[in-house]
Ligand binder design. Structure first.
Ligand SMILES: Cc1ncc(COP(=O)(O)O)c(C=O)c1O
Length: 340
């Protein structure tokens, strides 16, 4: 939703570029080095999208016929068109989550018998932080440690879809590397809270990133003068990381205001930049509610949950916008008769 800021556009305009397929684009190389350090990993590969970053990570950590475990509503499972099956021949096994998180005992229970000549080999656990469809929820570090430790014990690999890892790190008050260093591979998306027009990163060990770079070519993601876009990523790492805390504060204010006005919002749910609004109790369908809200000037999006809408706070949303949304949404939705 964000537009590049004037300063980001200037960084883009001034980017020194070259052929990135030949490793001759200094801006892409700089971004990859910066992003690897930012995520606490040895190396990183710049990609057009976080979906591609996830799919490449899954591919390089597995073999066709392997099984990947993930929370059932994770992005890699429900928003990437079955990519793990299509691109990597993986069996996708979704586990029910709590706030987007799965527990070590679920991994243990889901493990296939590796000695079986019949079963797929359980190979990989894919986690998501923050978890999109759970409402931008954050993994506490001790829970993340517990699941990674269990995975290691069971000889499983671990990928982290950290498209919004900066939001997670901000909510926990730790550097992103403190989260990103814990798994074999980690994804970061530049076109969400970081406010870039496009771009993503997959990071991991130097050896894995050799495979990821091959995957980038295979998936058609090897670009040419991609420094034009990488410059925005570098700018965002320099200027848009600390400000994420503002988005979280605004989302909290919005959630609190809507809850106080009587809208079905759980303020406890607001850990990062999303506010979930359940229109079911208002007797409205999501389409009706979105129509009324849009007419009032407040744009929300649907979620995987049949009655829940999502408000996202980002760098183009100001304090005044939050105040207006806080006022306009209850009025727009209040027309509905709330069942007793
Ligand atoms: C958790 C998560 N991972 C990955 C992606 C994919 O990002 P992209 O649109 O860059 O492919 C998204 C996009 O919403 C996401 O929410």
């Amino acid at each position: 939703m964000t537009q590049p800021t004037p300063a980001m556009r200037e960084a883009i305009a001034n980017a020194v570029v070259g052929d990135e397929q030949e490793r001759e684009d200094p801006t892409v190389i700089e971004l990859e080095e910066r992003a690897a350090a930012f995520l606490g990993q040895d190396a990183a590969v710049f990609l057009p999208t976080a979906s591609m970053a996830n799919q490449i990570a899954l591919r390089i950590l597995t073999r066709p016929g392997d099984e990947v475990l993930a929370e059932e509503n994770s992005h890699v499972f429900i928003n990437e068109q079955g990519g793990p099956a299509v691109f990597s021949g993986l069996v996708m096994r979704g586990l029910p989550g709590h706030r987007g998180r799965i527990a070590p005992e679920q991994i243990r229970a889901a493990m296939r018998d590796w000695s079986s000549g019949h079963m797929p080999v359980t190979r990989l656990v894919s986690l998501e932080d923050t978890h999109n469809s759970a409402g931008g929820r954050v993994w506490p570090l001790d829970e993340l440690d517990a699941i990674v430790e269990t995975a290691r014990e069971l000889d499983l690999r671990v990928h982290l879809d950290g498209a919004r890892i900066v939001n997670a790190a901000t909510a926990l008050g730790v550097p992103a590397a403190e989260i990103g260093r814990r798994t074999d591979t980690v994804t970061l998306c530049f076109s969400k809270g970081l406010g870039c027009p496009l771009g993503a990163i997959v990071a991991g060990s130097a050896e894995l990133m050799v495979a990821a770079r091959r995957g980038k070519h295979l998936f058609g993601g090897a670009m040419r003068q991609a420094g034009i876009v990488a410059a925005a990523g570098i700018y965002a790492l320099d200027h848009h990381v600390d400000r994420i805390a503002d988005d979280h504060a605004r989302a909290r204010r919005l959630g609190d205001a809507w809850a106080a006005a009587g809208l079905p919002v759980d303020p406890e749910q607001v850990e990062t930049n999303f506010v979930f609004l359940d229109v079911g109790p208002l007797g409205l369908t999501p389409a009706e509610a979105m129509g009324r809200l849009e007419a009032a000037g407040v744009r929300l999006s649907p979620t995987v949950h049949p009655t829940i809408l999502r408000a996202v706070v980002h760098l183009d949303i100001t304090d005044e916008d939050v105040e207006r949304a806080a006022e306009l949404a209850p009025a727009a939705l209040g027309i509905a008769r709330v069942p007793a």
